[in-house]
Structure formats: structure tokens, C-alpha cells
Design a protein around this ligand. Structure first.
Ligand SMILES: [Zn+2]
Length: 221
């Protein structure tokens, strides 16, 4: 029976590299794969999955309203498929995770999904929440915090190097970057930044009370 696999991590752990390597391993054995990538601006068509170490492959993009079981069924009309791989799987909806389970159970095609476990506020992404709940097999891909411990969390950092504590879960078109941290250092960064914001808004008239968070540039890159 085909299985639904979920590989999760924080940022810069090598999720896309791992996805592309798995896809390559299938193809090397003469088997066909399909890479799916969610389109955050709801375009449907050809996309590319790229990894930081330079690997890339074509992917089919889909929107949050697409039924992925139907997408795979359509693909099967034109080609055989031995494995489906999903990049940025944290952006899947609950329904789409269910549909990927159907791809395994009804079509007998294994699905390998790769995604972030939590967002910049430490909250679970919808796709990851249901993948962690429903996948047959869950594996962590490890990233490392600057302190050397396993980085399980992600903070959003703005252009000025300040930790962002508010905002949309998905920030399309922003220049923000993401930094992987262990839980201890996530708490330090995130809650210190939150404290700064409330201090600043409580005493807006008193500029001296405004504390800024000192984030040394490059220290977390
Ligand atoms: Zn740390």
C-alpha cells in the first residue's frame, strides 16, 4: 500500500534539496514522478522547485482551491506516475492533505510532502498540522540554530533586522527573511520583540521608553 510521507523542518534545512534528490532517485530507476508546488498567487501552470545548493526541477503549481486527487487523475491520463512530491506543503489546506491521502489509498501512488512545521509566530501551518496528524510516516529534517542546537522554530526578520511578531502567516512579495532558531532562542527573540512593541505603544509620548531590539546583522544568517 502506498504511503503518505511528511518531511518537516524549519527554514534552510534542505527540504527542497531532499525533495529533488528523492525525485531523482525514482527517475534514475526509470520511474515517473510529479512535483507539485503551491502557487501563493493562485497561478496554475509550470513552476520550478529550486534548492539552495543549485538543484532544480520543473513542478506543477496548484492553488488552494484545486482538488489534488483530480489533479493527479488528470496527469495519469497522459503519463504514468510512481511518486508525487509536494514542495512547501505547509500551504496545503486540510482538504488537500485529505486528497493526498486519497492519492495513496485510491490510486496507490506514494506521496512525499515537504514543509515547515510552524510559522513565524510559532503557530502550526494548516497543511503541516494535518500532515503531522494523517501521514503514515513523519520525518524531521534537521536545521541548526546559531547556538548549535537543533533549530525547530522560525522567526521573520524585516529589512532592518528586527524580529517581526505581527502580520499575515504568508507574506507575499515581502522582503522579509526567515531565520531558523532553537525553541529557547526563538522565545528570546520573539517575546523580546513583542515586549518592545508593547512598551513602544504604551509610552508613545515618551521616546526614552522605546527600546529597540538589537539584532546584530549576519549573526543569525
Ligand atoms: Zn539556539
Amino acid at each position: 500500500m502506498a504511503k503518505l510521507y511528511f518531511y518537516y523542518s524549519s527554514m534552510n534545512a534542505g527540504k527542497s534539496t531532499s525533495l529533488l534528490q528523492s525525485s531523482y532517485n525514482y527517475q534514475e530507476r526509470g520511474m515517473d514522478t510529479l512535483i507539485l508546488a503551491p502557487s501563493l498567487d493562485n497561478r496554475y501552470g509550470l513552476e520550478k522547485v529550486t534548492s539552495r545548493i543549485g538543484l532544480e526541477a520543473a513542478a506543477l503549481s496548484f492553488s488552494t482551491s484545486d482538488n489534488l486527487l483530480n489533479v493527479i487523475r488528470q496527469q495519469l491520463e497522459g503519463q504514468s506516475l510512481h511518486c508525487v512530491l509536494v514542495d512547501e506543503a505547509q500551504f496545503l489546506t486540510r482538504d488537500q492533505v485529505y486528497q493526498l491521502g486519497e492519492v495513496c489509498d485510491l490510486l496507490n501512488i506514494p506521496v512525499l510532502a515537504y514543509g515547515l512545521r510552524t510559522d513565524f509566530q510559532g503557530e502550526p501551518f494548516e497543511g503541516s498540522k494535518y500532515l503531522l496528524s494523517w501521514a503514515d510516516d513523519v520525518t524531521e529534517i534537521k536545521a541548526i540554530c546559531y547556538c548549535g542546537r537543533k533549530a525547530t522554530m522560525v522567526v521573520r526578520v524585516d529589512e532592518g533586522g528586527n524580529t517581526v511578531t505581527q502580520g499575515m502567516q504568508v507574506h507575499i512579495g515581502g522582503n522579509d527573511t526567515y531565520v531558523s532558531l532553537c525553541r529557547k532562542h526563538f522565545k528570546t527573540r520573539f517575546y523580546d520583540a513583542q515586549k518592545t512593541i508593547s512598551l513602544a505603544s504604551d509610552k508613545e509620548d515618551d521616546k526614552k521608553a522605546k527600546v529597540s531590539v538589537d539584532v546584530p546583522k549576519g549573526a543569525f544568517g
